[in-house]
Design a binder for this molecule. Structure first.
Ligand code: PEP
Ligand code: MN
Length: 334
């Protein structure tokens, strides 16, 4: 029985356990106890570890995304926000608002419209990833301040995109949830850094990312200790050009099967066309989505970004009524 293992020995045992497919959680630094009675690395049995102090849980995991995989938390993850809103529970949570924060009047009007229709989050970009460097790049800090003010006034939670590491600290006081956009899904340095903060993250699927790549990106955030991760299907690029992207509805049940993380649908970027958004929103809920991210603008024809895919407020309100009929059919509320 070994009781005075060195740090090096402990590291090597833990590394070996991870290598052969275990996930080790430590509640204290007393991993020495793992060594007691289990002999040399390679001889352990699953049950041995559970008996020792300092080990909270040992789970056999064989998928490449050990923390994002369903077996890590079979019951599913529920992300709870400070006002009690839960994503991943019975309720389908809708996040709605304009693509970009454009002005005080625009964001306050949008907020009251989406709230009246039943949204729980207000979305709006302050830092915008635009295909052209000459397009509007977002209001930056002024936009964040408006978002916080309107969030506090209406009680809506605020979600906004973080594009680079330096923006994390800037955004922390202003947002309730970080959005990681499609273009940054494999910005591994950014993923690592948001893994270190204690604020929920919505990770959007990359434009050409497989589901496995999305889950591996989530793994980066989870492995930093941030377990409040939600995923989002927002359409992928295919050979089809009629729609801006091809909304992969099947990704929703696939991710439910493979992962414990909540999955949302974004029919706005998924189609790029306002006329197709309601159908894909309804399909997402029917397919088991835990929430939706939908672009809604008080005056879409005047929007500085993504106007063509932004719903008019009345359209959004009608869609919410339809979703209230669909959700109960799949055991959810809205
Ligand atoms: C957005 O939500 O406005 C956005 C830029 O989304 P995506 O990263 O999915 O393109
Ligand atoms: Mn957009």
């Amino acid at each position: 029985m070994q009781t005075n293992a060195t740090d090096e020995q402990i590291q090597s045992v833990v590394a070996r356990m991870v290598e052969i497919g275990f996930n080790v959680h430590r509640t204290t630094g007393t991993v020495q106890t793992i060594l007691a009675g289990v002999g040399t690395p390679g001889q352990f049995d699953h049950k041995d570890f559970e008996l020792f102090a300092g080990v909270a849980e040992v789970v056999r995991i064989s998928s490449p995304y050990k923390l994002a995989g369903r077996s890590f938390r079979p019951e599913g993850t529920v992300v709870t926000f400070p006002n009690g809103v839960k994503v991943g529970g019975d309720e389908v949570v809708v996040m709605a608002g304009p693509c970009s924060v454009e002005s005080r009047e625009q964001i306050f009007t949008a907020a009251s419209q989406v709230k009246a229709a039943g949204a729980k989050f207000l979305r709006g970009g302050a830092f915008k990833p635009r295909s052209s460097p000459y397009s509007f790049q977002g209001m930056g800090l002024d936009g964040l301040k408006l978002l916080r003010e309107v969030g506090d006034t209406t009680g809506l939670l605020i979600i906004s995109e973080v594009m680079e590491i330096s923006q994390i600290e800037v955004m922390l006081p202003y947002v309730d949830c970080f959005q990681l956009g499609a273009r940054n899904m494999q910005n591994f340095n950014l993923l690592r850094e948001v893994g270190l903060v204690r604020k929920p993250v919505l990770l959007k699927r990359g434009i050409a990312a497989t589901i496995e790549e999305l889950l591996l990106s989530a793994e980066y955030v989870l492995s930093g200790g941030n377990y409040d991760v939600m995923l989002c299907e927002r359409g992928i690029r295919t050979y089809e050009t009629y729609t801006r992207n091809t909304m992969d509805i099947s990704a929703i049940p696939v991710i439910k099967h493979l992962s414990h993380l909540p999955i949302l649908g974004d029919p706005s970027h998924g189609t790029g066309r306002r006329d197709m958004v309601p159908a894909m929103a309804r399909a997402s809920v029917a397919a088991g989505a835990d929430g939706l991210l939908i672009e809604v603008h008080p005056n879409p024809d005047k929007a500085v970004s993504d106007g063509a895919q932004s719903l008019f407020p009345q359209q959004f309100s009608k869609l919410m009524d339809e979703l209230r009929i669909i959700a109960p059919a799949v055991g959810r509320t809205i």
